[in-house]
Design a protein around this ligand. Structure first.
Ligand code: AMP
Length: 226
């Protein structure tokens, strides 16, 4: 199964791709993370990406395409994967179509995280405040001015990609992602199962956390009488 997690900056793509990846036991491919990982190598891709990212612009298509192409060819992607933050342009979508048809696969569904503009801006501010509060560096592209530019870039280049998927009949699951993370995660899992995905069996850790929750539920004092 191949899912595309689609949404504006700060809509929760990273969080919900990771959750779904865990729930379905398939890898999550985040182009943003792959680009940031290039920093340690100080690669030519990073030198170009750094300047684009810090201005709220997209990095050139060729740089993400080479990263995605190599990643999809890895063995752990055989049973499917989740794309987080890719494709972001019409050209990237067309290249993805080509890569997938070469291996006889298709996108199963696009999961669109729908979040209002006010909520996106509020999340960006709280993400930066939280990082500062924890003494961690803020992402340079989370600067309020750069973030505004990222929203514009999203509207101009990326939102139209959704129309392309819609017009060719790919399933699009729209999730209201304005609320709590847990509610959105639940809706995302439901969306995935509605198109045929199977959630992996609960792990021992999951079962233990369910038991732990159960032990915290207030029980009637006279339970022994039952
Ligand atoms: P993200 O972590 O997905 O929010 O991405 C952070 C930044 O990395 C974006 O604002 C872009 O500058 C760049 N980026 C990530 N993915 C792509 C992509 N598929 N195409 C172009 N630029 C990207």
């Amino acid at each position: 199964m191949i899912f595309i997690m689609f949404g504006a900056p700060a809509s929760g793509k990273g969080t919900h791709s990771a959750n779904l990846s865990n729930a379905l036991n398939i890898p999550c491919i985040s182009t943003g993370d792959m680009l940031r990982a290039e920093e340690a190598k100080d690669s030519p891709i990073w030198r170009i990406a750094q300047s684009c990212m810090s201005q709220g612009k997209l990095v050139p298509d060729w740089s993400v395409l080479s990263l995605v192409c190599n990643r999809i060819a890895e063995q752990d992607c055989n049973n499917g994967f989740i794309l987080d933050g890719f494709p972001r342009t019409k050209e990237q979508k067309e290249a993805l179509d080509g890569m997938l048809s070469a291996i006889g696969k298709k996108v199963t569904a696009v999961i669109q995280l729908d979040v209002t503009q006010e909520e996106l801006e509020a999340r960006n501010q709280s993400r930066a405040a939280e990082a500062r509060g924890n003494g961690k560096p803020t992402r340079p592209d989370d600067d309020p001015e750069v973030f505004k530019k990222r929203l514009v870039t999203y509207g101009e280049w990326t939102a139209p990609v959704l129309d392309l998927y819609r017009s060719e009949g790919t399933k699009i699951k729209v999730i209201n992602a304005n609320g709590k993370k847990a509610d959105t995660a639940h809706s995302v899992n439901e969306a995935a199962t509605s198109v045929g995905a199977t959630l992996k069996a609960p792990t021992v850790e999951n079962l233990e956390s369910v038991r732990e929750l159960g032990s915290r539920v207030d029980k009637p004092k006279d339970l022994w009488m039952l």
